[in-house]
Design a protein around this ligand. Structure first.
Ligand code: SF4
Length: 385
């Protein structure tokens, strides 16, 4: 099956499943309306008439749902249960994920979400390599969600440079107030159970951007959108459970089929650094300090050691984040993490600095740690050129 037909089948299965759910919901509604009508059948008054009208409306809705379901009967005979349909979709998408070039050819637009971090830049490089083979560079867009003052300096500029290296249009999304504005408004820090920061600052802005891009295509058929993420399975157990290519049900609609493409899902951390070195991809200097992720300066998911190290780096760089965050923590009277205040983190960082001296690092240290000094030196020499 070619990629376009596979994608059409994925969408047909999605629509058939939606019709089944709509039909089921209409049945339930009619059943409830019948029950209400039976209950009120001895009542000659307005309540009984209202119940009859409600039953009539539910019957009409059920008819409509049945007519929407009808065209999907042959497909539903083939994939009778939700389990069958989910498996069929997963198999088709796994098969598609094996062929980057065909996938990009079948897409109308490819949005590469970047945090400017090491995984994002490798994902970007891989998409570009496949798009060049497919002759589809014009389909690519790079999108960066700016979290405002919460990020390490230079992140936004680096994300733009990474896109410019390949001549790809860059889309910058900024939410009003950024991360700190969101915390101030809510009077609470997000946590791992309620990662509102990811939803509010990164996920929610994606939908409107995709809507605009699809409108700009002016197609008279459903557009196929690939939404590329630099997610790796090795990062966490929940990420390991993700697939390389999945249907984004939330963003997909009749005019766009949106697929999330975790193009570097199988890569290990050292493979990521190897690709950075081999292709001389520019990475953020924060990795040289010993931090392993380019996240917010203070990430709500980080452990105490990470937060203390981040604070020491802020001291070394003269950044205002420790003061800003501790002031906000006092203002909203909510500790940054359960059983851990940033006030305590900052005090611990001061103590370590007093004992060991300020944190120091050199450009290329991340590569030295992962791939050795000669690779780091060769990378820096090429980067300078
Ligand atoms: S880096 Fe951490 S704190 Fe920042 S948005 Fe992501 S999850 Fe939230």
């Amino acid at each position: 099956m070619n990629a376009t037909n596979a994608l059409r089948t994925v969408d047909m299965i999605r629509r058939a499943t939606a019709s089944v759910s709509g039909h089921r919901a209409a049945w339930r509604e009619l059943h409830e309306a019948h029950a209400a009508q039976t209950l009120l059948s001895y009542d000659a008054g307005e309540a009984c008439e209202a119940a009859q009208r409600s039953t009539f409306r539910s019957e009409r809705r059920l008819q409509l749902a049945a007519s929407k379901l009808h065209p999907w009967r042959p497909l539903l005979n083939r994939y009778p249960t939700e389990h069958h349909r989910r498996n069929a979709t997963r198999n088709l998408l796994e098969h598609l994920a094996d062929d980057d070039v065909a996938l990009i050819k079948a897409a109308d637009i490819v949005v590469i979400q970047t945090s400017a971090g090491k995984d994002s830049v490798v994902a970007l490089h891989r998409v570009v390599a496949a798009a060049r083979k497919a002759g589809c560079m014009h389909k690519l867009r790079v999108m960066h969600c700016d979290l405002g003052q919460a990020e390490w300096p230079g992140v936004r500029q680096l994300a733009r440079r990474q896109a410019e290296r390949y001549g790809i249009p860059f889309i910058l999304v900024q939410s009003e107030g950024g991360f700190l504005g969101m915390v101030e408004d809510r009077g609470l820090w997000p946590d791992s159970a309620r990662r509102l920061c990811t939803a509010y600052l990164k996920r929610d802005p994606t939908g409107p951007v995709i809507t605009k891009l699809v409108e700009g295509l002016g197609l008279d058929r459903q557009a196929v959108v690939l939404n590329v993420m630099g997610v790796r399975g090795a990062e966490s157990r929940s990420r390991a459970r993700k697939s390389r290519l999945t249907l984004d049900d939330r963003t997909t609609s009749s005019n766009r089929l949106v697929l999330t493409w975790n193009i570097i899902h199988e890569l290990s951390e050292s493979q990521v650094w190897r690709e950075i070195a081999d292709h001389v991809l520019e990475y953020h200097p924060i990795y040289d300090t010993g931090l392993q992720r380019l996240s917010c300066v203070y990430c709500v998911l980080a452990g105490p050691d990470w937060l203390v190290l981040a604070t020491r780096i802020c001291f070394a760089l003269g950044l205002p984040h420790p003061d800003l965050y501790t002031a906000l923590e006092r203002q909203i009277n909510h500790s940054f993490k359960q059983n851990l205040t940033l006030g305590g983190v900052v005090a611990a960082a001061r103590m370590i600095d007093a004992l060991d001296g300020p944190r120091t690092w050199s450009r290329g240290d991340a590569l030295r740690r992962h791939l050795g000094p000669s690779t780091a030196d060769a990378y820096l020499a090429k980067l300078a050129v």
